[in-house]
Design a protein around this ligand. Structure first.
Ligand code: SAM
Length: 213
């Protein structure tokens, strides 16, 4: 199928139909060529309604889940955002269309290099990918207007809450190894508000403040 048509169908049937309403988020999904972020042999499935393998036991998340997390983060044109778990680079690409700068951390160096190359080819120059343990956050670039964790955590890493700006939001799947709850934490001056955004299933967040392996 023509990729432009495939993106329109994905946006109408998977995102709008399930309540993704933010027009800026929807237009980012129409713009970013998702098929560029999946392996050659899976390209024909790039716009389908499920996660796909990206190698190394990891996945590019289902389009709806990427949209739900993006909408929940409420990215604004001036925002500085942090993503934990670059994976294919697709979520970072979507965010890069909606904010000023995206920092993204990936623990598997081959995935980080592949994502960087695709971003360069597409001209998405406001994304900075680092290799490392994202459960520690990125203190030297903090505070962030928003942080999105795209792997399932056993608990909320304290460092990520600490690196949020006032009014900033952390979107993170928290739970056991097979099922998690997607949560949003909003940092205000003196408190942290917690909301549930529903159930989800992600690969494991592995690191000092995540799963051991
Ligand atoms: N956001 C990705 C995308 O758009 O393709 C999907 C990410 S995939 C579901 C989860 C990613 O998190 C994997 O690439 C995995 O290697 C990475 N990951 C897991 N633990 C991590 C950690 N502590 N720091 C950085 N990356 C981590």
């Amino acid at each position: 199928m023509d990729p432009v048509l495939a993106r329109q169908t994905m946006v109408n049937e998977q995102l709008k139909a399930r309540g993704i309403k933010d027009p800026r988020v929807l237009s980012a999904f129409l713009e970013v060529p998702r098929h560029r972020f999946v392996e050659e042999y899976l390209k024909y499935k790039a716009y389908d309604d499920y996660p796909l393998s990206i190698g190394f036991g990891q996945t590019i998340s289902q389009p709806y889940m990427v949209a739900l997390m993006t909408q929940a983060l409420m990215p604004q044109p001036g925002h500085k955002l942090l993503e934990i778990g670059t994976g294919s680079g697709y979520q970072a690409a979507i965010l890069s269309r909606l904010c000023r700068i995206v920092h993204s951390i990936e623990r598997i160096s081959s995935l980080a290099s592949r994502a960087r190359k695709i971003h360069d080819e597409l001209g998405y120059f406001n994304i900075h990918i680092r290799i490392g343990d994202g459960t520690l956050g990125l203190a030297k670039e903090a505070p962030f207007d928003g942080i999105v964790v795209t792997a399932g955590a056993p608990h909320v890493p304290e460092a990520l809450i600490a690196q949020l700006a006032e009014g900033g939001q952390l979107i993170i799947p928290v739970g056991d190894e097979s099922l998690q709850e997607l949560k949003r934490f909003t940092r205000t001056k003196d408190t942290v508000k917690e909301e549930s955004l529903g159930g989800c299933r992600f690969v494991k967040l592995i690191g000092k403040n995540g799963w051991a392996k």
